[in-house]
Design a protein around this ligand. Structure first.
Ligand SMILES: *[C@@H]1O[C@H](CO)[C@@H](O)[C@H](O)[C@H]1NC(C)=O
Ligand SMILES: *[C@@H]1O[C@H](CO)[C@@H](O)[C@H](O)[C@H]1NC(C)=O
Length: 252
């Protein structure tokens, strides 16, 4: 009987499945963006154009300057660029060893940025995370291309140390670094937004009490034996996390 209150809300959620109109909300984050686009749509054009004052133009100017600063920061730091290596087994040994010590720094840098963002979901930390991912992809691209240009398969087949060919063949794989820079940036931004949606999603009860993934929803899914409560938690999580994640997942 204690579970009765969940039934009505679970049904509301089922009916609104996929429309993002369920009882569930994501923290303070208005993911539907409905209110802001409505504002723009309902503002008459005539009132909007004279409002483009010189102040607004200067804001737009600085936004463009900032954006160009952000994109240039995607270039790999000079100390992380590969040098030139002789096309020999000794050259390959040195290449692999330099790759290893540089990768330690690059991956530490991007993992730290991810950690900062995941534990403190601010826009600023998201931008730092996106920039660090771009840096990591620039590293993967620069070293992968250097490996391809310097060590051909035929050359590597002559090496006495078989590990070198295995390692260099892995460094050759570019992954997301195959994307052109603007798409890479979109890719990183989408991943960052997905992190945010997933981490901030909550299932809210009409009593204003909200369940986060950790610990409430995880506990409920692990221990509750109430069909209605489980359904409410599952549907609510689907609406709060799965529905807003869908467009991001499709665009990947
Ligand atoms: C083969 O190369 C790897 C990577 O440089 C190195 O760790 C390993 O010690 C080398 N093996 C031999 C037998 O020299
Ligand atoms: C969270 O990140 C912001 C920067 O976006 C920083 O100012 C703030 O101190 C951080 N909060 C914590 C608890 O680390």
């Amino acid at each position: 009987m204690a579970d009765l209150p969940y039934r009505d809300f679970a049904m509301v959620d089922l009916r609104n499945r996929g429309k993002g109109e369920g009882k569930t909300q994501i923290g303070n984050n208005n993911w539907t963006g409905a209110s802001s686009s409505e504002c723009v749509k309902t503002a008459p054009l005539g009132t909007f154009i004279p409002a483009l004052s010189s102040q607004l133009w200067s804001i737009m100017f600085w936004a463009v300057v900032l954006l160009s600063l952000i994109s240039t920061s995607a270039a790999l730091k000079p100390e992380w660029m590969p040098g030139d290596y002789p096309m020999t087994e000794a050259g390959a040994e040195r290449f692999v060893s330099d790759y290893n010590s540089t990768a330690e720094e690059v991956f530490y840098f991007s993992t730290e940025a991810s950690w900062n963002y995941n534990t403190n979901l601010t826009d600023h930390n998201s931008q730092l995370q996106v920039a660090a991912s771009l840096e990591e992809q620039a590293f993967t691209e620069a070293w992968g291309q250097k490996a391809k240009a310097t060590f051909s398969d035929a050359l590597m087949d002559t090496f006495t140390n078989p590990d070198l060919k295995k390692i260099i063949s892995k460094i050759n794989v570019l992954g997301a670094a195959n994307l052109p820079t603007t798409e890479r940036e979109q890719y990183n931004t989408i991943l960052s937004q997905m992190d945010s949606i997933y981490s901030k999603a909550q299932v809210c009860l009409p009593s204003e009490e909200c369940w986060s993934l950790e610990p409430e929803l995880t506990d409920i899914m692990a221990t509750s034996r109430s069909y209605k409560k489980l359904l409410y938690a599952w549907e609510g999580w689907h609406n709060a996390s799965g529905v807003p994640l869908r467009p991001s997942t499709l665009s990947l």
